[in-house]
Each structure stands twice: as structure tokens, then as C-alpha cells.
Write a protein that binds this ligand. Sequence first.
Ligand code: NAD
Length: 484
Amino acid sequence: MFQDISEKLLTHYVDGAWQAPLTSQMAPVTNPTDESELGRVVLAGRDDVDRAVEAARAGLARFRHSTKQERLELLQRIGEVAEGRLEDLAVVISCEIGAPITMAREQQAAAGLSHLRGFMRALEAQPEREDLPGGDLLIREPVGVSALITPWNWPINQISLKMLAVIATGGACVLKPSEVAPISATIWMEIMDDAGVPAGVVNMIHGDGAAGGELAAHRDVDMVSFTGSTRAGREVMTTAAHDLRRVALELGGKSPNLVFADCGDALEARVRHAVAECFLNTGQSCDAPTRLLVEDSIHDRVVEIAAEAARETRVDDPAKPGDHLGPLVSEAQFTRVQRLIEAGIEEGARPVAGGPGRPEGIERGWWVRPTVFADVTPEMALAREEIFGPVLSIMRFDSEEDAIALANDTPYGLAAYIQTGDPARAERLAARLRAGAIHVNGKSMDEGAPFGGVKQSGFGREGGRAGLETFQEIKTYHAQWDTP
Ligand code: NAD
């Protein structure tokens, strides 16, 4: 498999074929576990972007006339082919981003199928045409050619949320996956090809931020759907503003997790789960609950439980089955996480588990120590910056009002988590927390639930019905046949 894939990393998937690049720049793809080279990936230039967008426009011209039934059948075939490639996806995700294989199988690779089911259900239920009360007609159409720009941290999750919605709505797209995780994206495109997605409907160019910038600025792109850092999201939006191009942004987060004394006997289990959720994917999830806000009366107990849970968290080889953590994805991430851990110590936060440096006995690879800080205060970098590593910051509050103010004191608004035994309190808080998703007592999202944020976490929703609407335009039709 790897031989075949390494060759494809040096091509772009355009107009239903693996095409030689028109420019020759390349970048290494590394294994974060030991810094070894997995292969090399080509970086698209402007000519490659032009060729891919042109193919998408031609693909759109044909595919926009497909019927809903044809698209449902195509999605069904994609599901069948993807099912047979799940293990390949899991293995390469594990190699290219260092995700432990069990988690890569059960969560990273499996995410694509889960989103597929959500979209199929939503598409079946969504009328293509609706009669409006006065007799006019509402018609749903694809938005056109979309540029899909995705990050490395949940590579198949992000790609599938965008590309399956494009297919479901009869649109066309050019994907530019992360240059850090191009192998899983290449397998994903093999799945599209094997499932018989018509030529030109889905195209992929490999490339870095510069290629992403070219794609986002392309005059023949109707919409840019971007997932990644708030920094790059801002650039994408600025570029798109020039031509008033439609934009959907899924950006960073700094999600709060509010823990109340009324958890009672469930407290220990809830706090352990909170630590595990923060550390999942080695802390590299945009909606990770990284700020643990704790009611005064249980503060010391919660710090003890969280510290113990972090000390018990194992880091180990991603190729081994189990629930341990792998390394961070890259040297850049490693440097950033180390800088923020050191800033936390300098600013006076109290490390109660982990700390700077690699875990004992490890000298190569981007491994970090699962870390918990207590005594974090709102102005510290630990409380404000997205760390994107297994680092939990504990802060305290003395009332519900105080908890809400602390939780909302961030430029981000992706998710918020609540641990409480009181349903009325959970509802009250949910109404006042500024976030795209509220999770109570460890409940995750159902299949097809829309995902997205508010404030600087972006806008637009992905998944299910709202995820289809992100890639649709509404046209209204007003006709009369009697002479007025
Ligand atoms: P990144 O912004 O560096 O890169 C994301 C993608 O954008 C990559 O494909 C990259 O090549 C491209 N890119 C970079 N600069 C660009 C530019 N100026 N114009 C166009 N494209 C550009 O982010 P990353 O390091 O790959 O991913 C981590 C970030 O993604 C974190 O901030 C995380 O919170 C965020 N994220 C958000 C969500 C969400 O749904 N909200 C999901 C996953 C990750």
C-alpha cells in the first residue's frame, strides 16, 4: 500500500485521474513518533490550482443536474468502499499524526462513515423544493465550486464533513488537505475514485498554506470552507472579502468545563472523564475542554483527582493497541506546547502533574508529558491561548455567575462542558454560555448533529442537515400564468 501511495503523493487528483504536478516543489512527510521520513509530498503552485478549479467547474456543470436518488446511491457506494479501507486509513493516520491505533480505528477513521450516515439521513429528509405559504416555490441548489481546506488533527473527520456534503448537494470541489497529513487524504481520494464519483466532482491538490491561499483567492471558486487555525481563517476571510465569496470557518477553541459540587458521588468519574477528553488525540482537538473551572468547595479534591488521572495517563507507541497517548504531530507543535508550559510556570501557575520536556527515557519524536496546572488565573497564557497539547488548566469559581463570566472570558466559542447533578442548572447555564455546543455530564454528539462555533471559533455548521445547508443556495421561484 505504501509504495502505491508514495507515488500518488507526488500527484494531484484532478478530473478523475492522478495527474503529474505542473510545479515541482516538495515537502517531507514525517512520522512524529521518531521523526523519520514517511515520504515526500508535492506542493501545488498556481497552475495546479487553476487546473483543479477548472476541472471542478466542468464537473459541477454536469453533476448539478444529478437527482437526489443518484446522489444517495453514490453516497451508499462511498460507504461500502470506505468500509473496506477503514484499516488502511487508521494505519496511515496513526503513522502521519501519531494517533494511537485503537483511537485511530475507532474514532479517527470511523468518523467518515459516521458523517456519511448523518448526511444520508439528512438528504433523504430534506425537500429539494418547498411550496411557500403564498404559492411561491423555494428551490435548493448547490453553492457551486467549493474550496475545501483542512487541518491535520482529525484529517478524515474534517475532509468527510466537507466533501460528503458537497457530493450530497450536487456541488463540486477542490480539496487542499494539510501538508502534514496528506497520506490519509490520498487514501480518501482513492475511495472516492473506487466508488465512482464522476470525474471533476471531487478534486484534490496537495500543498501548503500558500496553495491554500491561492485556492481561497481563485476567482472561479464560489465558496471557501476552511478548518484550521484562527490565524489562517482570518487570512482566508480577508481574501474572500475582496470578491465577496461565501466562507465557512471552523477555527480554534479554548473550551471551558464547569464542575459543580452537586455532582455528588459522580465527581471522581466526571473529573477523570474531563481529563481524558482534554488529552484525547494528545490534546490536539479544537473542541477539547482545556479549562477546568471548579466550584470552590470541591476545588482541592478536583485538583487531586485530575493530577492523579494525568499521572496515570500513559504515553506509548501509537502502533500498540490501547488507550495511551501518542506524540504531538510535529516539531512546531512540540515547541509551542513547551513554550506554553514554561510560560505557565513563569506566570505562577502550579504544575500538579507533568511539566516541561519529554517523558523520561524518550529522546526522539515529539512526545510531551500529560500536564495539569492548578492556580491558573484569567490573564495567564495558559487560560487564554489555544495550547493544542495535553495540558489542562484548572481555575476556581465561587458562584454560578462567576463561572459563566469565567467561561465566556475567551475570544473563542466552540464548545462548553458542564458537570452537574442539577438539570435546571445545566439548562440555565446552556442558555448563557457562548458556544456552538454544550455537553452535559460527558454526553458526546449524536451522529448528524451539526458542529461549529461562535465568536473567533468561526461560523457555519458541518454535519447533518445544517451541514448540507452550508453548501446550498436557496433560489425562490415566483410565476403567474394569468395576464395581470
Ligand atoms: P493551519 O491553520 O495551520 O492549517 C490548516 C489548513 O490551512 C492547512 O491545510 C494549511 O495548509 C492551510 N493554510 C495555512 N495557512 C493558510 C492560508 N493563509 N490560507 C489558506 N490556507 C492556509 O491549522 P493546523 O495547524 O493544520 O490545524 C490546527 C488548527 O485547526 C487549530 O487551531 C485547531 O483548533 C483548528 N481546528 C479547528 C476545528 C474546528 O472544527 N473548529 C477542527 C480541527 C482543527
